[in-house]
Design a protein around this ligand. Structure first.
Ligand SMILES: NC(=O)c1ccc[n+]([C@@H]2O[C@H](COP(=O)([O-])OP(=O)(O)OC[C@H]3O[C@@H](n4cnc5c(N)ncnc54)[C@H](OP(=O)(O)O)[C@@H]3O)[C@@H](O)[C@H]2O)c1
Length: 265
């Protein structure tokens, strides 16, 4: 859904509505963002929302083909978009690969740590290698990204880091143990980062969505049969996140839980 639609009972478009916020947002910071997991789903929708708000965007994911198609769509908004193939679950060499990406893309004021995987399986039987992969991607790769981007954000004079956790971090769902643990630990990491980086003008937003209708539900590590039509759309999640990013520097939404209005599925 384009940003100009979906504002019921208002004659203003979404962009008109946000324009006053945009002009007051960190006026001296570069309007440049990095989004992980940007080839599809929530990350792609966030990349679109940022580009429509005038941000240049660095797109990270494994599939260069998927990223290049998003890159093409973003350039149609008149911003710069660049695609970087990085497997964030491969810890070996990840720090140096991220350093290469940042050296190529340059300055940043917004980072969205979105890449992640779903996983279902009982704690009693799940293989250790599967547990490790969930933790590597959903938690440790975010830690690595944070360490890579902090010097860039501090040099810019501040910015916003958005970390995508999940409502599964707050509630217990059977078979979602590893996923829940990874997202709860990520939420904790995010909250500590918020207090550590405040003095550097860096805001940290922890976002915990309920079910969102994306390809995560089609991946082979997830066995679930939920009503997809009752889920949030990636665009609603992206617009909500954009709002947190466009707030003026004196305000921050530190913890955001966004649920389908029908509740947990
Ligand atoms: N969908 C939901 O219901 C829901 C709810 C709450 C929270 N979340 C969280 O929201 C985030 C995005 O989820 P989504 O639903 O949009 O998932 P998705 O549709 O499966 O998209 C995942 C994205 O992450 C990338 N990715 C996956 N593994 C990667 C790796 N090893 N290295 C680099 N990139 C990788 C994928 O691209 P490639 O495959 O090309 O690498 C893709 O762009 C995740 O952190 C998820 O846990 C989702």
């Amino acid at each position: 859904m384009p940003l100009g639609t979906g504002c019921p009972k208002s004659s203003k478009s979404f962009v008109d509505w946000y324009f006053p916020l945009q002009t007051s947002t960190f006026p001296d910071l570069p309007r440049r963002a990095l989004v992980t997991g940007a080839s599809r789903g929530i990350g792609k929708a966030i990349a679109h929302a940022l580009a429509q708000a005038g941000y240049d965007v660095a797109l990270i994911g494994r599939s260069l083909d998927g990223l290049r198609s998003v890159q093409q769509e973003l350039t149609d908004y008149g911003v710069v978009a660049k695609a970087y193939a990085v497997d964030l679950a491969e810890m070996e060499g990840l720090a140096s690969r991220l350093a290469e990406v940042l050296a190529d893309f340059g300055s940043l004021s917004v980072v969205v740590n979105n890449a992640g995987m779903g996983y279902t399986g009982a704690l009693a039987t799940m293989p250790l290698a599967d547990w490790q992969r969930v933790m590597d991607l959903n938690l440790t790769s975010v830690f690595q990204c944070i360490q890579a981007v902090l010097p860039v954000l501090r040099q810019a004079g501040g910015g916003t880091i958005v970390n995508i956790s999940s409502v599964a971090a707050q509630s217990a769902f059977p078979d979602w143990g590893a996923y829940s643990v990874s997202k709860a630990a990520l939420a904790s990491l995010s909250r500590v980062l918020a207090v550590e980086e405040r003095a550097h003008g860096i805001r940290v937003v922890t976002v915990s969505p309920g079910a969102v209708n994306t390809s995560l539900w089609d991946t082979d590590t997830v066995q679930a049969d939920f009503d997809r039509s009752a889920m949030l759309t990636p665009e609603v999640v992206a617009h909500t996140i954009l709002h947190t990013i466009l707030l003026p520097p004196e305000a921050v939404i530190e913890d955001l839980t966004l649920m389908p209005s029908g509740g947990a599925l």
